[in-house]
Write a protein that binds this ligand. Structure first.
Ligand code: ZN
Length: 392
């Protein structure tokens, strides 16, 4: 299935741009008009990580006029095995800023827009709105469903990819012309069932194999050439060295792109993907306070014992004043319980609320009936109480 071009052409290329893009211009299917479409295109890459790195490098080199990067993370040494848009001297820097510098170095004619924030249900529609097309380089199910739903609701196409060890998948989801991610995967896998690349590993070069397919498809959709992967799923096996595509159908019952959609605005994707166990969900029901509630308790001088269940390195990055660090492992082993006072209200928190909910289940089972945890964790504290603190 071929589709009309997504983007109308820019008025003209400069002499410098003609020189730079000459190898595109002499391909009849791309030509001057195709290159002008790329110049006029606004593409957002979600994540400057494994897939985002090669995708952003090639989108920049290809001459996409406006290139957005959204990433809240900082470059870690363990990223450099595959995230080739970053270098040794970028370790510790914002990924979005580091990526923007590399893009400018590759192609100074690209207008780079940096979004140094975590994509969530509150900002996704606003962030996506100005762009023609999204490249999804996320590595977790919650963000994947979020990207999908936001694109469907905004009527935008996106180039999707996913990688694990030696296996990769890619497609173009565009609800107007074909299925969406939910048509393919209506339900997220149960929590803990599918390991992430951080847990299971990924061959570095696999990122380039899949990221380059995403860029290839983005260019085709923007310029209207060839047959984009709309309605087809590309499956790549690096060990067999095989690429195969399977047809995908739109699900008329799809909750977001079907005939009678039930999802008409963005939802809570952490909850949808069940990042916490059932025990934890039960413990947290009715025993979750907001970061603002915690601040009010502190200001009133309530007799509370605030426990940070994250790891020491996270505590070092940012912490809530007055919190005692007792990592989750000590709750699992039982060692934490004897450190909890019997005469104070125990308040647990972690980074985003998942780990503290797990610990809350343990604490409540041990008899601390009035214990609570902070929904959204330290990230909620930063956004609701003290925005001057760093996020990670
Ligand atoms: Zn759908």
């Amino acid at each position: 299935m071929s589709l009309p071009p997504l983007v109308s052409p820019a008025a003209a290329l400069t002499v410098d741009e003609v020189r730079r893009y000459s190898r595109h211009l002499i391909i009849p299917d791309v030509g001057m008009t195709g290159q002008k479409r790329l110049k006029n295109a606004r593409v957002l890459c979600v994540g400057a990580g494994g897939l985002g790195s090669p995708a952003l490098l090639y989108l920049a080199a290809a001459g996409v006029g406006t290139l957005g990067v959204i990433d809240f993370d900082v470059v870690d040494e363990s990223n450099l095995q595959r995230q080739i848009i970053h270098g040794q001297s970028d370790v510790g820097r914002s990924k979005a800023q580091s990526a923007a510098d590399s893009i400018r170095e590759i192609n100074p004619y690209v207008n780079v827009v940096v979004h140094e924030e975590r994509l969530d249900s509150d900002n996704a529609m606003r962030v996506f709105e100005p762009y023609d097309l999204i490249v999804d380089g996320t590595d977790n199910f919650a963000t994947r469903y979020l990207v999908n739903d936001a694109c469907v609701l905004l009527g935008k196409p996106y180039a999707w990819g996913s990688i694990y060890r030696f296996d990769g998948q890619a497609s173009v989801f565009w609800a107007e012309h074909g299925p969406c991610y939910r048509c393919l995967y209506p339900e997220p896998p149960p929590p803990g069932m599918v390991p992430s690349c951080a847990e299971g590993g990924v061959l570095g070069v696999l990122c380039a194999s899949i990221g380059s397919i995403q860029v290839n498809e983005a260019i085709k959709v923007i310029t209207g050439i060839g047959e984009p992967l709309v309605g087809r799923l590309m499956i790549y096996d690096a060990l067999e060295m095989s690429y195969r595509t399977v047809q995908m159908k739109k699900d008329p019952e799809c909750p977001v792109c079907g005939k009678e959609p039930t999802i008409t605005e963005l939802i809570d994707y952490e909850e949808f993907c069940g990042t916490v166990s059932e025990d934890a969900q039960q413990a947290a029901a009715g025993s979750t306070i907001s970061a603002r509630d915690l601040k009010a308790m502190q200001d009133r001088g309530d007799d509370i014992f605030l426990v940070d269940v994250r790891e020491p390195n996270e505590y070092e990055i940012v912490s809530i004043p007055g919190a005692t660090l007792i990592p989750k492992g000590e709750f699992l082993s039982g060692a934490a319980l004897e450190r909890l006072p019997q005469d104070k209200k125990v308040v647990l928190h972690c980074k985003s609320g998942a780990r503290s909910a797990e610990c809350l289940a343990i604490v409540k089972n041990a008899g601390f009936a009035d214990a609570v945890h902070v929904g959204g964790g330290v990230l909620a504290w930063i956004s609701q109480v003290d925005p001057a603190l760093p996020t990670y």
